[in-house]
Write a protein of this length. Structure first.
Length: 398
């Protein structure tokens, strides 16, 4: 069976997160998006753990359900510590075998930080110390470095990361089996670094609101849905089917730059200026593409790169086609009508023929979908916290 999984999301208990990130809304959003397996997010937060324990149905084998949607226990933590005289800040995603294991992890971490304040808690622990604590409680939990290239809070981030996994995880490096690529990178970028060849690439939405679910996802091909099957696929590659990707240029840390100075530069421009902003004279925020180039030992990705498809959310395509904002009533109504008639968003974006979609769908929306599928788009890259801008070069008139 093919499983579309979005394993890194957040609940309403995470800071800067929509209050709609609760189980009923998450289940509804998963069905509309076409997600088969959704992460719970925030599995270290006591109130969210109570909700999950009381409202999820245990389907066995590490899979839970709510209103017909399958869930896996997941969470994210932020680690802050000093290593080799430098402050380090990284985020890690946890894939946990069961709610019982999550409770054990919560209890072990409680003395180490405030787990109530934020669904993604900040802990004063090194990566090896954190791994030791978690694996003492739950040896089968997978610990996956999150959005590994972003400048802030990432294992390879320019601001406070490392140049290798071993430098970060030490004796536990061999137990890291996958990395999350993040919105600002895609598989070909990661496969320019040969040291990462043995790792599976996980793509997830990191959603803070229901609308952002499945903006990235990972595909699995397993005989039956279980934690063990997903873990096996990530460890060995057997049953791992690739990813669905955000266009990395649209990510808000793809290029280098200074938001306050309106400077957005390619890595080559930054390198020519010694990474110094020409407006304020301070060091630029070094983006994902630059960091990949710093650590890459290949000019091009290795042949046989992880299979992937790049997507633009349906609401964004419709908004460009009709010339309205993404959150306007016009766009919302048209999006809802397409979903009601044709099924999930991923089915519309990837599976249905344009002829099938043509029923009651405006021609420019069909054109936008076709151009997304062919990659006939233009993008102004994101930088220093500013999302990139995608433009569809329409041939038809509005």
């Amino acid at each position: 069976m093919t499983v579309v999984a979005d394993l890194h999301i957040h609940s309403r208990y995470s800071n800067s997160t929509s209050p709609q990130m609760e189980l009923p809304t998450l289940a509804h959003g998963a069905r509309r998006k076409g997600i088969d397996l959704l992460g719970t997010g925030d599995c270290t937060h006591p109130y969210w753990l109570d909700t999950l324990s009381s409202e999820l149905r245990d389907e066995g084998s590490g899979i839970y359900s709510y209103d017909g949607v399958s869930f896996m226990v997941t969470g994210e933590v932020s680690l802050v510590w000093k290593h080799d005289g430098k402050g380090r800040r990284i985020h890690l995603v946890l894939l946990v075998p069961s709610l019982d294991d999550a409770v054990k992890i919560h209890e072990a971490l409680s003395p180490r930080g405030n787990l109530v304040y934020d669904g993604r808690p900040m802990l004063g622990l090194s990566a090896p110390d954190f791994c030791e604590i978690v694996w003492e409680q739950s040896p089968d939990t997978l610990i996956i470095p999150a959005h590994v290239w972003t400048p802030w809070y990432a294992v390879f981030g320019a601001k406070s990361g490392f140049d290798s996994l071993n430098a970060c995880f030490g004796e536990y490096t061999d137990r890291i089996v996958a990395i999350e690529t993040g919105l600002s990178s895609d598989p070909p970028m990661n496969r320019r670094v040969s040291a990462l060849d043995h790792l599976r690439l996980l793509s997830c939405s990191d959603a803070h609101s229901p609308a952002k679910l499945a903006r990235e996802a990972t595909l699995f091909d397993v005989k039956s849905l279980s934690f063990a099957a997903i873990a096996h696929a990530l460890k060995t590659g057997e049953g791992y089917g690739g990813t669905l990707e955000f266009y990395p240029q649209e990510g808000k840390y793809h290029y280098d730059g200074h938001r306050s100075c309106s400077i957005s530069w390619s890595p080559e421009q930054s390198m020519a200026a010694d990474d110094i902003c020409p407006v304020c004279g301070k060091t630029l925020t070094i983006g994902v593409l630059h960091r990949v180039m710093d650590l890459a030992d290949r000019s091009e990705p290795e042949l046989g790169c992880v299979p992937f498809k790049s997507l633009i959310p349906l609401a964004e395509l419709i908004a460009q086609a009709v010339g309205k904002g993404v959150n306007t009533k016009t766009v919302t109504c048209l999006c809802d009508a397409m979903l009601d008639r044709h099924g999930s968003e991923l089915d519309i974006l990837l599976e249905h023929s344009l002829d099938d979609l043509a029923v009651d769908t405006p021609g420019r929306v069909l054109e936008a979908i076709a151009k997304m599928r062919s990659g006939d788009i233009t993008i102004e890259p994101g930088y220093d916290g500013v999302y990139g801008k995608i433009e569809i070069p329409f041939e038809s008139r509005a």
